[in-house]
Design a protein around this ligand. Structure first.
Ligand SMILES: [Zn+2]
Ligand SMILES: [Zn+2]
Length: 307
């Protein structure tokens, strides 16, 4: 099959817009959509610093690569990759090995923050201790908390993450299914800046996961291929499966989910405009309740330990 835009052989068929694309035109197509997203999401000023939450997997490593490439002409924009090390043996340590080498190669500063140092236990240790809550619950909350505090410590203006279109559609449907409207209103990217919460940017949010993978391979981006040993436990899996089925039957479903959400978002934000975040009584982090989720989980661990 030939490329719809030139004489070269196509490497991919983009089902939702009916185009066959060669490697060159596919990379150009992906990059132009990422640039378009960035223009929509941020208005960078000289001296701005972007912290990228980077796990070493394809999505976040590609995000670092693209930000570096897109802003290569702007020496006044600083990019720092931050990895949260959950302490999952045989997984995160290997990912960090691949990632550190690659970041050195492309000249991006790398910082590592460890869940054990901040919360006293690795996710492996927590998984052994707590037999009712899945480790992903701890991992998600602790990672988010640590990434936020790392970004504050590094004086970041933005926190970028590698969320792709599939992840974004899953998060939207998950919050719908749980009836979590207020959470739905707070999903990134953030246009309204709340005190102490550094705005999130998601350059890949309109790029399907498969396209991110193909792009990473074509560009020779070095990333870690392994999957988390706890991944089978994640609640997200059922939503992933459902959305994959919808997409297979009606291509474009993921895009529609995200576009409809974007249309609804101003209404949600308006509804929760006066929604005040409190300070956690223990650590001072912003939280909708009295005690933040991270402190709540830490107290739970203390209780389990003292049983
Ligand atoms: Zn072409
Ligand atoms: Zn707290």
């Amino acid at each position: 099959m030939k490329c719809s835009r030139c004489d070269r052989d196509a490497v991919i068929f983009i089902r939702y817009n009916g185009e066959h694309l060669c490697a060159e035109h596919f990379m150009e197509f992906l990059e132009s959509r990422v640039k378009h997203e960035l223009r929509k999401q941020v208005d960078l000023k000289p001296g701005d610093r972007i912290v990228v939450g980077t796990s070493g997997g394809k999505d976040s490593t590609t995000t670092v690569y693209l930000l570096k490439k897109i802003f290569s002409m702007r020496r006044d924009i600083e990019i720092i990759a931050v990895t949260i090390d959950e302490g999952i043996e045989g997984y995160r340590d290997r990912a960090i090995g691949v990632l550190s080498g690659y970041l050195k190669k492309i000249g991006v500063e790398h910082r590592i923050y460890r869940i054990k140092e901040r919360f006293g236990k690795t996710i492996d240790e927590i998984a052994m201790m707590d037999k009712t809550l899945i480790p992903c619950t701890y991992c998600g909350v602790f990672r988010r908390s640590l990434l936020n505090s790392a970004a504050r410590e590094l004086d970041a203006d933005y926190v970028a993450t590698g969320l792709n279109l599939d992840d974004t559609a899953q998060s939207i449907i998950m919050n719908f299914a749980r009836g979590d409207l207020d959470r739905l209103a707070r999903l990134g990217p953030h246009s309204v800046v709340k005190e102490d919460l550094i705005p999130r940017i998601q350059p890949l949010r309109m790029i399907p996961e498969k396209e991110v993978l193909l792009y990473a391979i074509l560009r020779g981006i070095e990333f870690y291929h392994g999957t988390c040993p706890y991944a089978d436990l994640a609640l997200r899996n059922q939503f992933r499966k459902a959305i994959d089925e919808w997409e297979a039957r009606s291509p474009g479903t993921r895009h529609s989910i995200v576009s409809v959400y974007d249309e609804l978002k101003p209404l949600l934000i308006e509804r929760y405009r006066n929604f005040k975040l409190n300070r956690c009584e223990i650590c001072g982090d912003p939280t909708p309740g009295r005690i933040c989720k991270a402190c709540e989980l830490r107290l739970r661990l203390d209780k389990i330990q003292n049983l």
